[in-house]
Design a protein around this ligand. Structure first.
Ligand code: DHB
Length: 375
């Protein structure tokens, strides 16, 4: 996304990816695009397939005590979200970059970055057994939580803030038509469950599980039984189908400050992780690179330094608000191993409040469809 945004401003970039094209185009991730993400894809001319294949939703359901309560995004915010998989976004952007002659190097190895506080930082890497050195004006560290960019910042510069949750999500992709036209977030005595979807024929479902759950210990039947139990509601049935893929995701909240050192700018998961509840990860990464692309455009067009200097501060205002929302959704909907009866009543009161107060449901809705860009 950053590479394409820069290209549209006439700024050249090279994307360095250690995985194969097939891997990044098939890796299953979340699939909820905020309205702002959708608008940006369209403005950039990469939204055609998303417009055809994406499912536009104007609400979600919160289910507890076996009853559903709809949060009506359209009425509360005038906006909606689009269900379109992250790997489909990756495919569309990759195609657009390559069609425009952009450089994406896949399956690159032994990557390191250096001279970060010089005006020409460097990226060292190997490809097909040969070593290369790329001299840059800037490096964008878009290499995820486990990437090499953040650890390349000298000690003592970055402050880390972190919370690890005592549970994970067991997720399946199933060849079954979604049992609801909108997403269902469920709070149940046995733990959280989520019904989501990818297309009109493919469902995506999640169950709260232990953080180190061994997926091999869950048969498909056991997964379906647990989903039936947690999602149960009068007059509603969950449609089953063959399980196409399954896995366990850990949950953590993480922020690093600042998101910049010298001419290295961290964006997306390399700078922050949100727990998955609310599906903010991709959307937040896109907000970062919008800020970065604008700052770099100002630098190249008018020699502006101010937008680059403000990059971290500008991004972090949104990052912390999205952290708050993802933490809040997670805290409201999951069972905690150390909770006491007071905590349980408070969670249920929160759900009751958020589904009965217009002010509270509007707050959820405006965060879910995506906060406006502030820059
Ligand atoms: C999905 C993931 C989420 O974390 C979420 O809140 C909603 C949907 C998904 O994968 O479809």
């Amino acid at each position: 996304m950053l590479s394409q945004l820069l290209h549209l401003q006439g700024i050249e970039s090279v994307v360095i990816e250690n995985r194969s094209r097939q891997y990044v185009e098939e890796r299953v991730r979340a699939g909820v695009l905020e309205q702002g993400t959708v608008d940006l894809m369209n403005e950039m001319g990469v939204g055609e397939r998303m417009k055809r294949e994406g499912l536009v939703h104007y609400g979600i359901e919160l289910r507890f005590h076996g009853r559903g309560h709809r949060i009506d995004f359209k009425e509360l915010t005038g906006k909606g979200i689009t269900i379109y998989s992250q790997h489909e976004v990756v495919k569309d952007l990759t195609n657009a970059r390559l069609a425009a002659g952009g450089q994406i190097l896949f399956e690159v190895e032994e990557v390191s970055v250096g001279d970060l506080d010089d005006i020409h930082p460097k990226i060292l890497y190997q490809k097909d057994g040969r070593a290369y050195e790329l001299t840059c004006d800037f490096i964008a560290g878009c290499d995820g939580f486990h990437g090499i960019c953040r650890p390349s910042v000298p000690a003592g510069i970055l402050t880390e803030y972190e919370r690890v949750y005592p549970f994970g999500w067991l997720g399946i992709l199933a060849e079954a038509p979604p049992s609801s036209s909108e997403l269902i977030y469920t709070y149940h005595d046995r733990g959280f469950a989520l019904l989501s979807m990818r297309t009109e024929r493919i469902s995506r479902l999640y169950l709260q599980c232990k953080p180190d759950e061994d997926i091999g210990r869950w048969s498909d039947d056991e997964i379906w039984n647990e989903l039936h139990t947690r999602l149960a509601s009068d007059g509603w049935t969950l449609t089953e189908g063959p399980v196409l893929q399954k896995g366990v995701t850990g949950m953590r909240s993480f922020v690093v400050e600042p998101m910049q050192y010298g001419r290295l700018f961290l964006a997306g998961d390399s700078a922050h992780i949100v727990p998955p509840t609310g599906a903010k990860g991709l959307n937040l990464a896109i907000a970062d690179v919008r800020v970065l692309a604008r700052a770099l455009a100002g630098f190249y067009a008018n020699k502006r330094q101010d937008l680059l200097n403000q990059y971290s501060q500008t991004c972090l205002r949104r990052v912390w608000k999205v952290q708050r929302f993802s933490w809040w959704m997670t805290s409201m909907l999951h069972r905690f191993p150390d909770e006491n009866p007071f905590d349980r009543h408070r969670q249920l009161a929160e759900l009751d409040y958020v589904t009965s107060s217009r002010a509270a449901s509007q707050s959820l809705a405006e965060n879910y469809v995506g906060l406006p860009m502030e820059w």
